[in-house]
Design a protein around this ligand. Structure first.
Ligand code: CS2
Length: 471
């Protein structure tokens, strides 16, 4: 079978780029060429180009792994997104990507691109753990390996923040205005978080650079949403069937997609609203809604699934008793939210239940359980802190922490940047106060919870109620 390329004649029913790709020039650098970007920002840009063509081609940068970059090169930047639902599978070939670079192999080319006046926006999906955010201070985690490397060697960075700072420094030297930094990771106030990290890093090398970035730079917050399971051989098999060509980068996803962005850009942007994006004055209410309702429930479902040997989110959602638990969690999380403009929260929650249950989406619980230590703060613990500070009942949130602890004991392993510390703690857990060892791990839980006896005993109580838990 031929490989997908610009010479492929797409079968009927599969749409391709409705614009002239040869005329498309780069305007955006995207860092983090994972499945999520391919099914989200790249699709929005592709659709915006179809409605209103402009100089907004994407240069896709992967920080470490060269594989997806090579695959893009072999396919002329093309790949397919398969939207799956009860109505059937629909494939679309996305053409917004015009260039591709692996930063570990071609760091200088990445920096030259970042310094180019053609590039006006840098979007990022590098995952929560890649920024080097200290969860307690909200600033740089000076033990983070990429930050250590980039502070020592700022002109040849390896991490996301290091590339942003060096790229901005080169622009300043050349008299080019900064690019807009648009973070698309699941962090609350993600623009503010990245701005602070960039400014702290810039200050370390040159306070004047930091001042220039603070004055001229823009870091809009954005809330992104689409459920995108990691692609498998089944995904590639389905793509081959639908396209009549091999696509190493095919991904499958749900029909739903959402992007809420603060309209605060240094020098223009694509007309993403033509593709359905929403521009808002403040993104915070949308972020909290999504992090606490969707992602918080996801973390709950993932660990519940692992404890009961259920592979996919949809398997958990097929057990009525578990659906009730998810609904209870969502109600408790909703009570912590401010009203969200234009959103009916009960409707949003029902829509989430349907999305989680989508029988055509094989979203592995293990995928979501990955990096839980980096996800709990914004999904579960922030709400718990608010509740306990008002003397309220945070049992639903303590329950999720208990599920996580129980799933660590069950597997005796986890895929997480804090793995070593967490596993060391797990081996020392006592029967009397089983959560104490986890609360003692530095920076894992916010001090407001670590110091709160009521919260700690809630977690112990929830653990003792888990029939599947064995310390
Ligand atoms: C998931 C998210 O893996 C995870 O942690 O909760 O990737 C989730 O699927 C997306 O945020 C949905 O927009």
């Amino acid at each position: 079978m031929e490989k997908l390329s610009s010479f492929t004649t797409l079968p009927q029913g599969v749409s391709g780029p409705g614009y002239d790709r040869k005329a498309l020039t780069p305007g955006i650098v995207h860092i983090g060429l994972g499945a999520f970007h391919r099914a989200h920002q790249a699709v929005f840009t592709h659709k915006a180009l179809e409605k209103n063509f402009g100089p907004w081609g994407i240069v896709a940068v992967n920080l470490r792994s060269p594989e997806p970059v090579r695959a893009l090169a072999e396919q002329d930047g093309l790949y397919s997104v398969i939207t799956r639902s009860a109505e059937g599978d629909r494939a679309e070939v996305i053409g917004a990507t015009v260039d591709w670079l692996c930063a570990a192999e071609r760091g200088e080319d990445v920096l030259a691109t970042l310094a180019s006046p053609d590039i006006r926006i840098v979007t990022l999906t590098v995952s929560e753990k890649a920024y080097g955010l200290d969860p307690v201070t909200g600033g740089l985690d000076l033990k983070h390996p990429a930050l250590v490397a980039d502070i020592a060697n700022p002109h040849a960075p390896v991490g996301a923040v290091g590339f942003l700072v060096e790229g901005l420094a080169r622009r300043r030297e050349r008299g080019v205005p900064p690019f807009t930094v648009l973070c698309c990771d699941n962090l609350p106030s993600n623009g503010h978080v990245v701005r602070r990290l960039v400014l702290e890093m810039a200050t370390r090398r040159d306070p004047e650079l930091a001042r220039w970035i603070a004055d001229e730079g823009k870091f809009p917050c954005s809330m992104v949403d689409r459920i995108v399971p990691a692609a498998t051989d089944d995904t590639r098999g389905l793509a081959a069937k639908l396209l009549g060509a091999e696509d190493a980068l095919a991904i499958e996803t749900e029909p739903f997609l959402q992007w809420v962005i603060e309209d605060d850009f240094v020098s223009g942007r694509p007309e993403w609203e033509a593709a359905g994006a929403v521009f808002a004055q403040s993104v915070e209410p949308y972020e909290n809604m999504k992090l606490r309702l969707l992602n918080g429930s996801h973390t709950l479902i993932a660990h519940l699934g692992i404890l009961h040997d259920l592979e996919f989110v949809r398997d958990v959602m097929a057990v009525p008793e578990f659906v009730e638990i998810v609904k209870r969690h969502m109600r408790a999380a909703t009570a912590t939210l401010d009203p969200v403009p234009g959103i009916d929260l009960p409707f949003y929650r029902n829509q989430l239940l349907d999305r989680f249950a989508n029988p055509t989406i094989a979203h592995r619980n293990e995928q979501i359980a990955m990096d839980t230590s980096q996800k709990l703060p914004q999904r579960i613990l922030a709400a718990a802190v608010e509740i306990v500070s008002e003397g309220g009942d945070a049992a639903e949130f303590a329950y999720v922490v208990a599920l996580w602890i129980a799933s660590i004991h069950k597997r005796g392993d986890l895929n997480d940047p804090r793995k070593v510390d967490i596993l060391a703690a797990a081996t020392q857990a006592s029967k009397l106060d089983p959560s104490a060892v986890f609360f003692a791990v530095e920076g894992l839980f916010p001090p407001e919870l670590v110091e709160n006896r009521v919260w700690r005993s809630l977690v112990n109580r929830e653990l003792s109620l888990l029939s599947s838990y064995r310390a």
